[in-house]
Design a protein around this ligand. Structure first.
Ligand SMILES: NC(=O)c1ccc[n+]([C@@H]2O[C@H](COP(=O)([O-])OP(=O)(O)OC[C@H]3O[C@@H](n4cnc5c(N)ncnc54)[C@H](O)[C@@H]3O)[C@@H](O)[C@H]2O)c1
Length: 309
């Protein structure tokens, strides 16, 4: 684990950058919309809701914020979000797949009615919607050529730890880590950095059921602003490289990382998971796995039999 500390001087690298973010109406996404706009980024957020922005926002921030109705479970809707953003603001630099839902009725509970199919809304929004956003987002970022861009995917503590009562939510959020690992190696060759955010308990509508008990135990909490700041951290970590600047603790290129956000701080955990592999998988298993991975990543290798060299 490495503590990555946000360096505000890097905010300047986000000025005039075009951001597309999903789920920007409330909670963490709303905080991120405001932070990107305050940093001078131009942001289009897609959401199924559109509550008013704070009336106290200065005109210089307000003018950077654009809304487009988008239901991320509809591929056409996500396509429209991106085409609207590109037509309105030009080349897209940063994509944030943040929209998410949690069903707090445990469909695996012993007393649940198994004759009724469970809601798959968590998979639809948290995984399918993120896949749609990543796929279309990569298409737009590739248009920047060597300029590439940043993709931030939002998972959860439930994306890598046991989370009782949240079976489908956990599966969907584990899927987001899988998506990053499935895409990162190819994307970085196109100059596109994909990172994942795994927030721990964050005070939004999503945690109403547990927030009192949590506070009684004095466990760490995030504000939505803390988690939003980690989106900006990912999007800016590599942009100051020419000036020799990054966020303290960030290992460059900042790509393929997983940031756990707890108590308002960001901790990178993926490098440690990868580096400790010989310990948890065994030295020999890790050695041959590396050979297999290198073969799969080498030029000319394809899963597609029609492309077999
Ligand atoms: N709050 C936490 O403790 C916590 C912890 C871990 C992960 N997360 C993740 O953080 C992200 C943001 O959650 P939050 O806590 O701010 O919750 P939130 O409910 O305040 O925000 C979620 C946003 O997503 C939008 N949304 C939902 N379905 C959508 C759809 N189909 N298309 C477009 N927009 C849609 C909602 O309208 C809302 O604006 C989610 O992915 C969530 O799973 C939250």
């Amino acid at each position: 684990m490495v503590h990555v500390q946000f360096e505000p001087a890097l905010l300047g690298t986000l000025r005039d950058k075009v951001v597309v973010l999903t789920g920007g109406a409330t909670g963490i996404g709303r905080a991120a919309v405001l932070q990107f706009a305050e940093a001078g980024s131009k942001i289009v957020y897609g959401d199924i809701h559109n509550p008013p922005l704070p009336t106290t926002l200065p005109e210089s921030t307000l003018k950077n914020i654009h809304y487009k109705h988008c239901d991320t479970t509809s591929y056409e809707s996500v396509l429209s979000l991106f085409s609207h953003a590109a037509a309105t603001l030009g080349a897209i630099d940063i994509v944030v797949a943040n929209a998410g839902v949690a069903n707090h009725k445990d469909v695996f509970a012993a007393d649940a009615d198994i004759t009724v199919a469970p809601s798959m809304r968590e998979v639809d929004v948290n995984l399918t919607g993120v896949i749609y956003t990543a796929r279309i987002g990569l298409h737009y970022l590739r248009k920047n050529g060597k300029g590439g861009g940043d993709v931030v995917l939002v998972s959860s503590i439930a994306g890598f730890k046991e989370s009782g009562g949240l079976g489908i939510y956990s599966a969907s959020k584990h899927g987001v880590l899988g998506l990053m690992r499935g895409l990162h190696g190819d994307a970085i060759n196109d100059g596109i950095r994909i990172n994942v955010i795994c927030p721990w308990m964050t005070k939004t509508a999503m945690v109403k059921g547990i927030e009192d008990g949590w506070a009684k135990l004095g466990l760490p909490e995030n504000t939505p602003e803390d988690v939003a700041r980690s989106f900006l951290l990912c999007a800016s970590a590599t942009r100051g490289v020419d000036a020799g600047e990054t966020h303290p603790g960030a290992r460059l290129p900042f790509a393929g990382k997983i940031l756990w956000i707890a108590g308002g701080e960001a901790y990178e955990i993926e490098d440690g998971i990868q580096e400790l592999e010989p310990k948890w998988l065994g030295e020999e298993n890790s050695r041959v796995l590396k050979m297999g991975q290198e073969f799969l990543a080498s030029g000319g290798t394809s899963w597609d039999v029609d492309k077999k060299a």
